[in-house]
Design a protein around this ligand. Sequence first.
Ligand code: ZN
Length: 417
Amino acid sequence: MSAGALRTEPKRINTPATIGDRLWNDIVSTARFGAADKGGVTRLTLTDEDRQVRDWFVTECRALGCTVEVDGIGNIFATYAGEDMSLPAIAVGSHLDTQPQGGRFDGILGVLAGVEVLRTLKETATLLRHPLTVVNWTNEEGSRFSPAMMGSGAFAGALALDAAHALADREGVTVGTSLDAIGYRGETKVDPAAFAAYVELHIEQGPLLEASATEIGVVTGIQGLRWFDVVVTGTEAHAGSTPMAQRDDALVAAAEIVLAVRDIARENPPGVGTVGFVEVGPNSRNVVPGAVRLQIDMRHPSEAGLDRMEAALQDAVVKAGANAELTRIWSKAPVVFDPSIVDAVRTSVEALGYSATDVVSGAGHDAAHVATVIPTAMIFVPSKDGLSHNEAEYTSPEECARGAEVLFQTILELDRR
Ligand SMILES: [Zn+2]
């Protein structure tokens, strides 16, 4: 498709349209900060590559007339003035950090689309009633410093600032030191009460929109998850001299649990269940396994669904034998986005005439933390082949432009309300 065809058609809406090819140009050109070999990006949080893209973002937003503030964890808030500065701001954004050999779209689209909205407001001299803030959250990816979604977590009060500063990467370098090194340890305390709404545009990172040829996902929430460890204890024995009837094979029992996890997920749609780690002891061809450890990940959009899946897993573990032990080691409750913000997204998609479907996010996002302190929703656009955290991650110029247009229309819708 030619660059000209990326231009949105203003006639469909009585408001100025974002410019898709300008957004696309930003996506392509900022990918030089941490460019990876196969067309992707390696831009781990708080590295010099991250500093470069942050500097670009700050320069761009200042040139558009924004006030830029940085908080103690390095989150950047670029605010474009509204008509009534006593009103709380409408916030949009996402993250500019990537995985190692990550893509050009995960997180990046949500921030750059915000910049494109700012440009459109400025060049059309459109004044919103509310201030508009574009946010870049620090360390969404969690690949250098754990936990992921650190900046939004600190903002929402889920993570204490001092504790976050003390966290170290594999080389022993702390978050605090890294913030100082790139000049992004800010002083501003940004209060969630200063915002009326938060909307995050993001790529789907899954295959559903593409498979159903749907242009926009109206994200109603983020599925919850529970992590379990299972330890199955059997009896190590000689593989040649121990008759089948007299074996106490830990791996055979564990295999039944692996199959049960698959079945439990299938019986509780749209739940998913994965055994992603198996450790077998002693792990030798001619020894009947005496000990197996499994790591299980189960996800579902509702707490009730998670409860059903966990109860079924308990049954499956009991059935697998007296020596199987189940421990829940971590859980994250499902996030249900604010119905009024979700409705603003839906209304906007309808006004623009794009095909849309409600979706629940399979992956975690900054919006999960933000939703605990600001009414929040998300917008998804398709990911080619469902690929993400991969250099081949791809969303077309038209799809990115549509996402930005829906984001802008949602801002206008919220501004009117
Ligand atoms: Zn992301």
